[in-house]
Design a protein around this ligand. Structure first.
Ligand code: GAP
Length: 592
């Protein structure tokens, strides 16, 4: 018995506007610090939003940490400057900024170009070219309309700086990605993994970027949540379980297609994409194959989803290859996650800057006998000859012996020290080639990184779930959220304000909560309005306690399904078990 009339299709043009309004009204998300005028790029998740976000994070943890057998950590959000010197963020984590001479507003130059020209990826253009495009197209300030031609485009580092402790001698930064909290702890984490590759470490937490122009509500903010997995592999020997994801269908938009005039997305499977070389890293392919069904399960519309490869100029400073998971929002594609092959970039940099060991000892199957070139310099010669630089000369000789044995073939060895060349008699170097038996070697693992933005995923899930239709001649808005992520699973109402009905309804609430279901109790306003409220926040089911419930011999309640608005009566005694089975996916509403 449906109260539902013809389903109206979404008005794609304005879904975002309507969603943002609904989000504020119903407690999904809203701009923070509103009492003080609000502040750009900071959002608070209200009761519904915090619950939805938490459910999405739990689903991510179940799939990417628990099911994959990875470890989870929780690191600080502020880290000292040397971390970001090593990671390259201090020098390379910049956006392009153009400031308007007229009104003083700053804008992302690449966004000004993309929004007003045919360029789709201005971020990958060099700065002089962006300046040229601005001049050529006579682009104007998005705030006041003044011309931007001739304005210098500059780089702007996105990290929020702070001081650790009083004074400014100990600079620190709010982490721009959760990943660094994992990389810097690698020397300890590898011990927890018993020095066995491959292994993965996950983290769900806040990241901070001082975005030049935060926009589109929670899509581009200055504080957001990332769910990241850093997967450490031996690039020579470790291989993913590609078989398990080979049949996953995917829509791919490779760089090669983006570079063509008539390039297009391709539909294929993960297995074929690897075989045909469309995705070069089997590890990246594996995680794309794991991610796609997961996105489907949490409620991303698969007809509005694709993986897009980064163009070469677009990749972050650490990435050798990267594919983004993108969702379509009002005709635009937004990046929800990046799947990057970071190679040994991060671990090598932290090893170089910290002096600590960011390697794993890889045992050979059989010990190997190898020839090693060594030096044992005569310090009674080097000391007087080089004074305080003698130790540096020893290190140079050691390096040279490992690198280029032939350099020791003549009577003298030539070394470079602070731009000067020095000749050292070979007999003073103690050069020798010895046979050594080695049990293994220290290798620097490579990193594959699936990096998910939780806020953008929450936005996508809400946007793709937004529906409008007509019920009993009245317009209705509802969110077709998957029960796994919906903030509330069931709403319970007494039909009227009546002690007996209320007591029965409260008892049902207590029983459902004891089963671990998330329940809301609502006794305000007429029943139709209460249904609309729950529809609008995406509650999949409502249970109404009416006079039949308390008068019938067999106590029954009405159970209503959100999307169809179909209703059925169910004995109270069966209610908890039936709803719990539906929540687990073991039963359909129609089977009740
Ligand atoms: N560790 C890799 C990394 O941070 P990223 O592509 O810069 O990669 C990963 O960020 C994800 O974080 C993005 O795909 C996006 O979903 C999210 N994200 C990045 N900047 C964001 C912002 N300003 N606001 C909201 N989410 C953001």
């Amino acid at each position: 018995m449906s109260e539902q009339a013809q389903t109206a299709t979404n008005d794609a043009e304005s879904t975002s506007e309507k969603l943002v309004e609904l989000a504020k009204r119903r407690g999904y998300f809203f701009q923070s610090s509103g009492a003080y005028g609000g502040v750009g790029g900071f959002y608070t998740f209200g009761p519904q939003g915090a619950s939805l976000k938490g459910n999405v994070e739990d689903a991510w943890r179940d799939r990417f940490a628990v099911a994959e057998g990875n470890m989870e950590i929780d690191a600080p959000t502020i880290m000292p400057e040397p971390v970001f010197e090593a990671s390259g963020h201090l020098d390379g984590f910049d956006d392009m900024l153009v400031e308007c001479d007229e009104c003083g507003e700053s804008h992302r130059a690449d966004h000004v170009v993309e929004d007003n020209t045919e360029y789709e990826d201005a971020e990958s253009l060099p700065i002089p070219e962006v300046e040229e495009v601005i001049a050529e197209h006579q682009l104007v300030c998005p705030s006041c309309g003044a011309g931007l031609a001739g304005q210098a485009v500059e780089t702007f580092n996105l990290m929020f700086a702070t001081n650790i402790g009083p004074g400014d001698s100990d600079p620190g930064y709010l982490r721009p990605e959760t990943a660094q909290g994992i990389f810097v702890e690698f020397p300890r984490l590898k011990e927890y993994a018993r020095n066995q590759l491959p292994f993965g470490v996950t983290q769900i937490g806040r990241a901070y970027r001082n975005e030049i122009s935060p926009r589109r509500s929670i899509i581009r903010t200055r504080e957001f949540t990332q769910a990241e997995l850093e997967y450490f592999v031996d690039p020579e020997t470790d291989e993913p379980d590609l078989e398990s994801v080979a049949d996953v269908d995917v829509t791919l938009y490779p760089a090669s297609e983006q570079n063509k005039d008539d390039g297009d997305e391709i539909r294929t499977t993960i297995g074929d994409a690897v075989e045909e070389g469309v995705i070069s890293s089997p590890w990246v392919a594996y995680f794309l194959g794991v991610a796609k069904p997961w996105y489907d399960a949490v409620g991303v519309d698969m007809d509005r989803f694709r993986f897009r490869q980064h163009l070469s100029g677009e990749r972050a400073h650490y990435a050798a290859d990267c594919w983004d998971a993108e969702s379509e929002i009002d005709g635009n594609w937004i990046e929800m996650a990046g799947f990057a092959y970071r190679s040994d970039y991060d671990l090598s940099k932290h090893a170089e800057h910290s002096g600590d060991r960011f390697t794993v000892f890889k045992q050979y199957d059989e010990p190997k006998t190898v020839e090693r070139a060594t030096v044992d310099p005569d310090m009674s010669y080097l000391g007087p000859e080089f004074g305080g630089d003698a130790q540096a000369v020893v290190e140079e000789l050691e390096d040279l012996a490992a690198r280029d044995r032939a350099a020791f073939d003549g009577d003298v060895v030539e070394i470079e020290l602070e731009d000067d060349t020095h000749d050292i008699p070979v007999e003073k170097t103690g050069f020798a080639v010895e046979e050594q038996t080695e049990a293994g070697e220290h290798i620097t693992p490579h990193v594959v990184e699936p990096s998910f933005g939780v806020d953008r995923l929450v936005y996508t899930v809400l946007h793709h779930a937004y529906r409008e239709d007509e019920v009993d001649g009245e317009e209705r808005t509802y969110l077709e959220l998957d029960p796994e992520v919906a903030p509330t699973f069931v709403g319970v109402f007494p039909l009227q304000n009546d002690d007996e009905l209320e007591a029965e309804a409260q008892e049902i609430v207590a029983d459902l909560r004891a089963e671990g279901l998330s329940v809301t109790y609502d006794d305000s306003g007429n029943i139709g309005r209460r249904y609309r409220r729950q529809d609008e926040v995406g509650t999949p089911f409502c249970v109404t306690v009416d006079y039949e419930t308390i008068e019938d011999k067999e106590t029954t309640v009405t159970v209503r399904e959100r999307d169809t608005t179909d209703q059925t009566r169910l004995p109270v005694d069966d209610l908890v078990e039936a709803l719990a089975e539906i929540r687990e996916g073991d039963l359909e509403f129609e089977e009740l």
